[in-house]
Design a protein around this ligand. Structure first.
Ligand SMILES: [Zn+2]
Length: 474
């Protein structure tokens, strides 16, 4: 067991530090990671920024081991795992009430409102010896708690830190971990976001802290940048920024070169901050950086996300959730008279699009169907390919490559051929009526006469039919 780093080992860079991956600080072999501390004033305007703190290597090792141990666990949900600190054995009811309060707040913001079915929330009960956390209400008040949560982290009153490795060890009681939220048994305003560890903290009984937790989820789930203008250089002069919701390019420059959110300009939808344009100021600077909307969740407390951020959040959600929840396994062979069924995921605001293709031809009569029998299809005696494609067509996504990669799933089935393909009347034997049926289908260019499935009606189909006819029925 490695010794925990003492607080004096923390290195604090300026709040204006650009969001970056872990960096190595000189004279230290400790890998550093960004921790967000974003807090609102009385008007809800956010300020604060990024603090560089030591990366807890044990967490990385732990997550790798956890993922290996949980391989094959297909849960098809974004797993939000809550762990509590400073709750004694007698305070578990309070803990669950606090978790419910934060989850209910989260589900009031799109896209979480409409996609709440895509999440699974697990509240792990962690018992602390003492009630409350360190430095609450003031510095120097210390308590014996399970996860070592503390205010005044990095000497900032509202920065609420946690032992990342202890939080993860506790979270491992959940069936899967995608995001961890550590909540303190406190009503004191505070929080923190650890995007490198998919971890956030919040005070359990402070409504504004719950809103902060949602903002932090924007950082840790969506890799979104802060869109406020305080804390960094007045004018940003560096290279283009990584996160999707900030750019050094104004509208004209984005549209001229298909950059960043160029395809969202002027979009404005209910539930989101809009319209989308380029507003100067963001990522802690007033000038030289643009944000997609005037006053989104990444800029102020209690505001909606903008569409640029929502699209990114949906991408991250769909990294964990496949559009088809369950159903007949892809690759299955379907006998005649049999059927296949699928259950698509179900956002609250719309159904996913379900399209069925028989030999690559869309079956318009089956749009939206979740169960299809071979009797619903016009089939000749040969084998056929049946394919179902499920897509989330939400207008909150405009990046079609992303939709195709993350928000579309297909399953492919083989429909078995009849043992007696020339028995076009399906009576189980071959006679004059089968010849008549073939000629009728052939004349009408019905696919049942297309014996070699090449889309043409020619000599080869006649030869195919005659050959199958002379082979007889078993
Ligand atoms: Zn922030």
């Amino acid at each position: 067991m490695r010794h925990a780093l003492s607080l004096s080992a923390l290195v604090v860079l300026s709040a204006g530090t650009a969001i970056a991956g872990p960096v190595n600080v000189e004279d230290s072999d400790v890998e550093m990671m960004p921790v967000f501390g974003c807090f609102g004033d009385e008007h809800g305007h956010l300020s604060g920024g990024v603090h560089m703190m030591p990366m807890d290597e044990e967490v990385r090792e732990f997550m790798e081991a956890f993922e290996i141990a949980n391989q094959g666990v297909v849960d098809n949900r974004v797993d939000l795992v809550f762990v509590g600190d400073g709750y004694t054995a007698g305070e578990m009811a309070q803990y669950h009430a606090d978790v419910d309060g934060i989850v209910n707040s989260l589900y009031q913001y799109e896209p979480f409102t409409s996609y709440q079915n895509y999440f699974r929330v697990t509240a792990v009960e962690v018992v602390s010896n003492e009630s409350g956390v360190d430095n609450d209400p003031s510095q120097g008040v210390l308590r014996d708690t399970a996860l070592d949560m503390r205010y005044w982290c990095n000497n900032i009153e509202r920065l609420l830190c946690v032992s990342v490795s202890k939080a993860y060890t506790a979270a491992a009681a959940a069936p899967d971990i995608d995001q961890v939220i550590a909540i303190a048994n406190s009503s004191k305003y505070g929080g923190a976001g650890y995007p490198s560890n998919n971890l956030g903290t919040a005070a359990g009984q402070n409504g504004a802290a719950a809103d902060i937790a949602i903002h932090e989820l924007g950082h840790s789930l969506g890799d979104l940048a802060d869109e406020y203008t305080y804390g960094g250089p007045t004018t940003y002069t560096g290279p283009e920024l990584g996160p999707v919701d900030v750019s050094i390019f104004d509208r004209a420059a984005q549209e001229a070169n298909d950059r960043k959110w160029h395809y969202w300009m002027d979009a404005n939808r209910v539930g989101f901050d809009g319209p989308i344009d380029t507003f100067e100021g963001g990522n802690y600077s007033q000038f030289g950086v643009y944000r997609p909307s005037n006053n989104s969740m990444m800029r102020a407390l209690g505001r909606p996300f903008n569409l640029v951020s929502a699209e990114q959040l949906l991408k991250e959600i769909y990294r964990e959730v496949d559009p088809i929840e369950s159903g007949t396994a892809t690759g299955s062979v379907i006998e005649r008279g049999g059927s296949v069924e699928i259950t698509p995921m179900q956002p609250l605001n719309q159904d996913l699009a379900v399209l069925w293709y028989l030999d690559d031809v869309v079956q318009t009569q089956l749009i939206g169907a979740t169960e299809v029998s071979t009797d619903d299809l016009v089939l000749d005696g040969g084998s056929h390919e049946l394919r179902v494609v499920v897509t989330d067509m939400t207008p909150w996504v405009r990046d079609e490559a992303m939709r195709a990669q993350f928000m579309t799933e297909e399953r492919v089935y083989t429909i078995a051929g009849l043992p007696c393909p020339a028995d076009l009347t399906g009576e189980g034997d071959l006679d004059f009526f089968d010849i008549g049926a073939f000629l009728t289908y052939y004349e009408a260019e019905d696919s049942r006469a297309d014996f070699n499935d090449d889309g043409l009606f020619d000599f080869f189909d006649i030869a195919g039919f005659l050959s199958a006819y002379s082979a007889g029925c078993p």
